[in-house]
Structures are given as C-alpha cells and as structure tokens.
Design a protein around this ligand. Structure first.
Ligand code: NDP
Ligand code: GDR
Length: 351
C-alpha cells in the first residue's frame, strides 16, 4: 500500500485529494492544525475513528503546522510517505496584503521546511508543490510554463519563492519535486470568502430570504476558473510521471467576475444588478487583471483535460448552495456531476 502525506488536508483541494488517494488504495496521512473549533468538516465523511473501525482506517491525521519545521521532520521520518502533497498555505490573496510577513512565512518558507524535512530524513518521497497562476500576475496572457512571473501580491511573491525553492531542491538534491501551476479552481467546498463561493452562497441566501445585498470589490478582473476535483487528479498524475516537471493546469477560458454574476444570478432568474453593491474594502492594492491558461503541456504529457468549464461550474456551485439552504434547485449542475463523474467523485453538496 502506497503512503501519501497531505499538508492542507482540511482545505478544498486537500479534501478532494484525500478522497482520490483513498480510492486509489493509498494510506493517507494529513496534517491538521489545532484550533479551538472543529476545522475538519471537509474530511469528516472519510474519517473513521480507529477505536471503532480498526481495519477500515486508511486515513490518519496528525497535528502540525508548516510554520514549525521540527515537527514536520519527525512526522515525515516516522510516516515515510511515498508521496507528499504540499497544499498548506495562507491562500487568500487579499488577506496577504494585511498579513504579508505571516504569508511569506507560511506560504513561502513552509515549502522549504517540508523540503528540508525530506532531505534531512533521507526518505525517497516524491513532492508536489501547490504553485499558483497568481505568480504570473501582470504577465501577458495566455500564461504557460515558460511565461515570466510578475507577482502582484505578497501571496504571489511567496508562491514564486516556493516555486523556485522546489526547483532548487530538485536540481541540488535530486528530489522528485514538481510544481503544479494551477489556475483558479472552485467547487461547493470552496472557502466562503473567495469570490465564486461568496457569490453562489449569497444568491442561495437571497433566495431563502435571509440576505438582501451582496458586497463585492473589483468586478472587472478575469479568471480562468475550473472545477477542483479535476485539478487534484492533475496533482496526482504529476507525481506518477517518470520525471519531475512543472505543469500549468487550467481550462483555457477566461471570464470576468461580472460574467460570473450574470451567469449565477441568471441561473435562478434574478438580475445581479438589483442585489450587488460595491465595497472599496474588497479591492486590492494591486490587482491581477487577466489570467488565462495555456494547459497544452499537461494535456499532452499528463493526458489531462478539463471536463467542466465556466458555464457548468457555475451551475454545480449554484445547485449545491441552493441545496445547502434546503431550497429546490434547477439541477443542471447536479446532472453534470452525476453524468461526467461517479468514479471517486460524486455529488456532495452537504460536505
Ligand atoms: P484552502 O485555503 O481551502 O486550504 C488551505 C489549507 O492549508 C487548509 O487545510 C489550512 O488549514 C491549511 N493551512 C493554512 N495554514 C497552515 C499552517 N500554517 N500549517 C498547516 N496547515 C495550514 O486552499 P485550497 O485548497 O483552495 O488550495 C490548496 C493550495 O493550492 C494552497 O496552497 C493554495 O495557495 C494553492 N492554490 C489554490 C488554487 C485554487 O484556486 N484553489 C489555485 C492555485 C494554487 P485550516 O483548515 O486549519 O485553515
Ligand atoms: P484569487 O481569488 O485572488 O484569484 O486567488 P478570489 O476569488 O479571492 O478573487 C478573484 C477575483 O475576484 C475579485 N473580487 C473579489 N474577491 C474576493 N475574494 N472577494 C470579493 O468580495 C471580491 N470582489 C471582487 C478579486 O479582486 C479578484 O480579482 C485564488 C486563491 O485560491 C489563491 O490561493 C490561488 O492561488 C488563486 O486563486 C489562483
């Protein structure tokens, strides 16, 4: 049985990746942070208490923090994973302007701490770094593997550092270390403060009569939005290659926040302009105006192609948030998931 360690297992991507790896027959270990409230909602449905389910247990959780190297080294030495997926980060771009030093420490240096733990414990683990399209910043689209980085936030600058330290450990120490440069990917499990989920959640709440307005920032920026379950498949594929490498993952389509509003409100028969208000506090000191991927390398080498594009993504997220509010929903999004997935990934609005 192969062993995988996931940092950031309680996040959107970590939870989907854990499901995929369990389905693939892995023993999965995840690092969680101690908090005064439960923070494992996204993985509760796959966790079995070892006291009651001895032989069913393939998912193990360990307390840790990527801000502290010593514990990571002990954990990696003891678990001896075959594959390490490093997803933990302070991942919110706007927040990184409020907490630049912390973001540099966790999102940037966190990667060095994991790589050092691999090197010092002398285990033969393959390493995945969660790099980001934010690193391209103001670079001309479409962006691909050899596009120069022009980061526009403390978050993006930290991710650029992490990208290069990953390549450095690959070249200096021969570690199988790959960067997945993922463009925005969303799902019903997306954190509630990222713009797509903020919108779909607010629409469901408006429909339920609990909210009248939605306050947003810049509506003009454009993003290449894909569906998260498909993106974790790409992560896994990267670590199954013969050689470590860096890959761009995206849909090759770009849409503005305004288009997202039109599509999502329109899906439930509402006009977004009646509900959306602008609040300056959601603007960023420097913005990334336009992200658009060229994922042709991944399509060719990983044999990965996105099945869900913008139009379908909006429907999946809307159906899920309407269901979460206990409302009737049109069902086009659910149908897409039911028809195109079903192997390891199923409709899961309640998670
Ligand atoms: P989330 O914000 O949903 O999850 C982040 C995870 O990191 C959570 O499990 C969080 O734990 C954990 N974490 C944060 N700080 C620490 C820390 N100091 N020590 C240990 N764990 C920590 O992010 P996503 O799942 O969306 O993204 C996963 C990774 O991919 C991130 O690195 C992100 O920057 C990157 N990325 C994401 C993209 C996207 O569109 N989603 C695109 C490109 C890159 P807790 O639950 O306790 O907060
Ligand atoms: P992003 O995602 O910054 O691209 O980073 P986010 O959803 O936060 O913003 C996308 C765009 O929407 C604009 N926007 C708002 N954003 C938020 N969060 N809240 C608002 O109210 C709002 N109004 C307008 C933003 O200005 C921006 O232009 C995400 C994260 O997952 C990163 O971790 C990841 O690396 C990148 O995607 C790829």
């Amino acid at each position: 049985m192969k062993k995988a360690l996931i940092t950031g297992i309680t996040g959107q991507d970590g939870s989907y990746l854990a499901e995929l790896l369990l389905h693939e027959g892995y023993e999965v270990h995840g690092i969680i942070r101690r908090a005064s409230t439960f923070n494992t909602q996204r993985i509760d449905h796959i966790y079995h208490d070892p006291h009651n389910n001895g032989n069913k247990v393939h998912l193990y959780l360990h307390y840790g923090d990527v801000a502290v190297g010593e514990t990571l080294q002990h954990m990696i030495y003891n678990v001896k994973p075959d594959e390490i997926y490093h997803l933990a980060a302070q991942s919110h771009v706007r927040v990184s302007f409020d907490m630049p030093e912390y973001t540099g420490d966790v999102t940037g240096l966190g990667t060095t701490r994991i790589l050092e733990a691999i090197r010092k414990s002398e285990i033969d683990a393959r390493f995945y770094q969660a790099s980001s399209s934010e690193m391209f910043g103001s670079a001309k689209p479409p962006q691909k593997e050899d596009t120069q980085f022009e980061p526009r936030s403390p978050y993006a600058a930290a991710k650029v550092y992490a990208y290069w330290i990953t390549r450095n450990y690959r070249e200096a120490y021969g570690i199988f270390a790959s960067n997945g440069i993922l463009f925005n990917h969303e799902s019903p499990r997306r954190g509630e403060t990222f713009v797509t989920r903020k919108i779909t959640r607010a629409i469901a709440s408006i429909k339920a009569g609990k909210q009248n307005h939605l306050y947003l920032g810049n509506l003009d920026s454009k993003r290449d939005w894909g569906y998260a379950p498909e993106y974790v498949e790409a992560m896994w594929l990267m670590l199954q290659q013969d050689k470590p490498d860096d890959f761009v993952i995206g849909t090759g389509e770009t849409h503005s926040v305004r288009e997202f509003l039109e599509e999502a409100f329109g899906y439930v028969g509402l006009n977004w302009e009646d509900y959306v208000r602008i609040d300056e506090r959601y603007f960023r000191p420097t913005e990334v105006d336009l992200l658009l991927s060229d994922p042709s390398k991944a399509i060719k080498q990983l044999k990965w192609t996105p099945k869900v594009k913008f139009h379908e993504l909006v429907r999946i997220m809307m159906d899920a948030d309407l269901e979460l509010q206990g409302l009737e929903y049109p069902g086009e999004g659910r149908k897409i998931v039911d028809e195109r997935f079903g192997d390891w990934h199923r409709w899961d609005s309640q998670v």
